[in-house]
Design a protein around this ligand. Structure first.
Ligand code: GLU
Length: 335
């Protein structure tokens, strides 16, 4: 007898997330966490410091195009490090897995996201989710000069969000003026031949990607696109080739949540990425994209409310990728 399972099919959801249940759970989680004021707003540039600590939104987009949103879903903010995920996908499309892997590793690091450190042996940055790795992947983006490269990157973001993308110029200028650590990393990588000599062009492109304006709804669509094998579920546009989605999700799973990535993988068990402006995207493969936005950050730089909400959503709906216990015999984190 030959067994031919469709390995790409999602596991049957043992805790179905019905469109009736989800809005009330999102409302409940929003109300529960809105009054909590733990954490601190990023203030390394004035544009981020202006964020309102009360801003808070949770959005879900399913792979069949349904959307659920609570809170400040249309409040715009800069995407910051969440952009690294999507630019990594573009670099993979431009060069293929082996060439990208030769320049950027896929190893998690316990160091801070902006550490000036390369792998001792290979001289590669550890992974594409830390700044050094993201600058290296950005330097791989093809194009005839700075404008063409920027346009290709914006076209990529447009495929994910489904509308014309805008950059926040004050944020870009501030990042560019104050980004000395990022410049230092770029020079170190040039020294080891990990990026080419067009350093200023690559850095500008990196600062521009961090300055993309999004809202929480956009982020949920971007996450849902990755959950939907690279196809935007609202527009049906292929945003990234399906063959690279597994690479993107792998580094999100192991490296996406700064130096909390291990604990996140253990507790939430889903590929995710966060940014210093307070966004988190979470991909539930073949089911949905989740986004949370709240600018109060914990000590590791992750949205404080965002982490709590995602832990609860994963627990309540049994979303952890390795969950195999039936709903009535699951262990809580506190058990
Ligand atoms: N623009 C920030 C930097 O390069 C990104 C920080 C982040 O969101 O992790 O330092």
């Amino acid at each position: 007898m030959t067994l031919t399972p469709d390995l790409r099919s999602p596991q049957p959801a043992d805790t179905p997330i019905s469109s009736d249940l989800l809005p009330s759970v999102l409302e409940e989680l929003h109300t529960q966490h809105q009054s909590l004021r733990s954490g601190k707003i990023a203030d390394y540039i004035p544009e981020l410091a202006k964020a309102n600590p009360d801003w808070f939104s949770i959005c879900v987009t399913t792979v069949d195009g349904q959307q659920f949103a609570v809170g400040d879903a249309e409040q715009r903010f800069t995407i910051q490090s969440i952009s690294k995920v999507f630019v990594y996908g573009l670099a993979l499309e431009d060069h293929g897995r082996d060439r990208v892997l030769a320049k950027v590793g896929v190893e998690p690091t316990g160091d801070a996201f902006n550490a000036i450190v390369l792998d001792e042996q290979s001289k590669r940055p550890y992974n594409p989710m830390v700044n050094a790795g993201a600058i290296a992947t950005t330097s791989l983006i093809k194009g005839h000069g700075a404008t063409d490269r920027l346009n290709r990157m914006l076209a990529m973001f447009e495929r994910y969000v489904g509308h014309e993308p805008y950059l926040d110029m004050p944020t870009f200028m501030s990042e560019r003026t104050t980004g000395h650590r990022n410049r230092a990393m770029a020079h170190l990588m040039l020294n080891f031949g990990m990026i080419d000599e067009k350093i200023d062009e690559a850095l500008d492109l990196y600062f521009q990607q961090c300055s993309l304006l999004v809202d929480c709804r956009d982020l949920s669509v971007m996450a849902a696109t990755l959950a939907n094998r690279g196809v935007n579920p609202l527009t049906n546009v292929q945003a990234v080739s399906a063959c690279y989605v597994r690479d993107i999700l792998s580094v999100m799973y192991t490296c996406g949540m700064y130096n909390f990535a291990g604990e996140w993988a253990y507790k939430v068990g889903l590929p995710a990425k966060s940014g210093v402006s307070g966004g988190i995207i979470v991909v539930v493969p073949d089911r949905m994209g989740i986004a949370v936005f709240s600018p109060l950050l914990d000590a590791r730089g992750n949205s404080w409310r965002g982490v709590k909400v995602c832990e609860e959503l994963s627990q309540r709906f049994g979303l952890h990728l390795f969950e195999c216990a039936p709903p009535d015999s699951r262990c809580n984190h506190s058990d």
